[in-house]
Design a binder for this molecule. Structure first.
Ligand code: NAD
Length: 493
């Protein structure tokens, strides 16, 4: 099936697919077997300059378009994504290793839903009138910020196009988006669909390229007025520094180390199933993964009994097989990084309860696979502090609420966290005291286009999705009007 697929492999600039200026190429691999899927043009500074110029050329008309018309285009685009679900899902599974049942059932539908949500919001966000002193009218208009740069990672590439571009476009901005060098294929397909549904030339530009080259250049670019980034905390710091040159606005969605707390009154079967989803969905390559399991000591053994059985039964395999529940990690380099954490865990005295290695199945030997891994560890161990970003979860026990809150909040991150309990008061008490941008009670990793997504501390600032995201793509302009001519200015005329 893979060999028959056609991919877009050129940069998308000013409404056209074009070759890059100096002929660089990015090799795109299938993580299931490391065979070559495609070679994609590599954007460098000259290409980014062209993309930024095209976006500014498109901006006046896009900004002036009635918000309802921008919305209508986004709604039409959401329909086009749905109509191409199978193709987009296959591209995403081939490129990322994400199982087809997830790309078809979650990633692509969520991508369409997010564009649709912001399409609907385009003409709902409006300014306000401020009750100022008599004789004056003061109104606040919300204006687009201009041309925004967007840099996204490889773990949910198609979905992130909608999280980033949806609010930006709805608010009247033009976009230059750089997908991750490992996974550029679905965003180029998105560009193709955008052209088909009739987005004006230059409103969206997609420029695959390497982070330290194209990404860094985009973050520094004086023609970019806002940079929105999803990726690691280390790169987020570089983006923030690079943005200082022209003081561009910055939004950062960074790493996480989510605490997933199971109290002794939890519905254990629900907590076991939800906790497995929290860490093993997308092979654990999720910033909001529940990667630290904190178990009340009274139920720890019972919980682990069920959890380890479930984790051991997860079906690893070819992402294109509809029966596959866990695919490969997205690259060999990342697989080695995750396997290295298994070694670190052992060196630190952690007990590897299951996994901790690549699978022995010869059919998976050429791919980037890692078995579901559960490690008993102490809260200050490296494996409990550093983001592994794989199917790797640590288990620690606790005695009471104070202890578990101290452990949960003892991290540089603050993205998401969850808890399982039947005690309503405790649920809200803990939610209130977790230092995170998102909390899930008796569930985990729920997301919705209407709900703001983002973190605090080392997990970044600003939000994807919801009204907050749309507001973040606008600037308030305060306009004063003298509505009573007799009011004199302070100085003589
Ligand atoms: P990464 O930071 O290495 O790369 C992310 C993107 O940044 C890629 O497009 C890359 O090319 C680009 N990049 C790399 N160096 C750059 C530089 N110097 N200047 C500009 N751009 C540069 O991250 P990754 O390893 O690809 O992705 C995994 C990370 O992303 C994890 O830490 C994960 O938690 C995080 N993440 C966060 C969220 C969130 O919403 N908070 C969501 C998904 C992933």
């Amino acid at each position: 099936m893979a060999s028959t697929m056609q991919f877009q492999t050129r940069l998308f600039i000013d409404g056209e697919f074009v070759d890059c200026a100096d002929g660089g190429r990015i090799e795109v691999l299938n993580p299931h077997n490391n065979s070559r899927l495609a070679e994609v043009a590599e954007a460098r500074s000259a290409d980014i300059d062209k993309a930024v110029a095209a976006a500014w050329k498109a901006f006046p008309a896009w900004r002036a378009m009635a918000a309802a018309d921008r919305g209508r285009l986004l709604l039409k685009f959401a329909d086009a994504i749905e109509a191409h679900t199978d193709e987009l899902a296959r591209i995403e599974s081939l490129d990322t290793g994400h199982p087809i049942r997830d790309t078809r059932g979650l990633d692509v539908p969520r991508t369409a839903a997010t564009f649709r949500y912001f399409g609907g919001m385009a003409d709902k966000l409006h300014g306000s009138v401020v009750p100022v002193e008599q004789g004056f009218l003061n109104y606040v208009a919300r204006e687009p910020v201009g041309v925004v740069g967007q840099i996204v990672p490889w773990n949910f590439p198609v979905m992130f196009t909608s999280w980033k571009m949806g609010p930006a476009l709805a608010a009247g901005n033009c976009v230059v988006l750089k997908p991750a060098e490992l996974t550029p294929l679905s965003s180029l397909k998105i560009a193709e669909l955008m052209r088909e549904v009739g987005f004006p030339r230059g409103v969206v530009n997609i420029v695959p390229g390497f982070g330290p080259v194209a990404g860094q250049y985009l973050a520094e670019h004086p023609g970019i007025t806002k940079i929105a980034f999803t990726g690691s905390t280390a790169t987020g710091r570089k983006i923030a520094q690079a943005s200082a040159g022209n003081l561009k606005r910055v939004q950062l969605e960074l790493g996480g180390k989510g605490a997933n707390i199971v109290f002794d009154d939890a519905d254990l079967p629900a907590a076991i199933g939800g906790s497995a989803f929290a860490i093993f969905h997308n092979q654990g390559q999720a910033c909001i993964a529940g990667s630290r399991l904190l178990l009340h000591e009274r139920i720890a053994d019972r919980f682990l009994d069920g959890f380890l059985k479930l984790a051991s039964s997860i079906k690893l395999g070819d992402p294109l097989d509809p029966a596959t529940e866990m695919g490969p990690l997205t690259s060999m380099m990342h697989r080695d990084r995750v396997l290295n954490y298994c070694r670190v865990a052992r060196e630190e005295g952690g007990e590897v309860l299951i996994g901790g290695a690549a699978p022995s199945d010869p059919a998976l030997a050429g791919g980037c696979y890692v078995m579901p891994t559960v490690v008993r560890a102490r809260p200050r161990d490296r494996v409990c502090q550093e983001e592994v970003f794989g199917p790797f979860v640590t288990v620690t026990t606790f005695k009471d609420e104070e202890e578990v809150l101290a452990i949960a909040n003892d991290t540089v991150y603050g993205l998401g966290g969850g808890l399982w309990t039947r005690d309503l008061q405790r649920a809200h008490r803990i939610a209130n005291r977790l230092i995170t941008g998102m909390v899930w009670i008796n569930c985990y990793k729920r997301v919705n286009p209407g709900s703001p997504f983002g973190g605090v501390r080392g997990s970044g600032y600003g939000r994807d999705m919801g009204f907050e995201a749309m507001l973040d793509y606008t600037t308030p302009k305060s306009v004063w009007v003298n509505v009573e001519a007799q009011i004199a200015p302070f100085y003589r005329r």
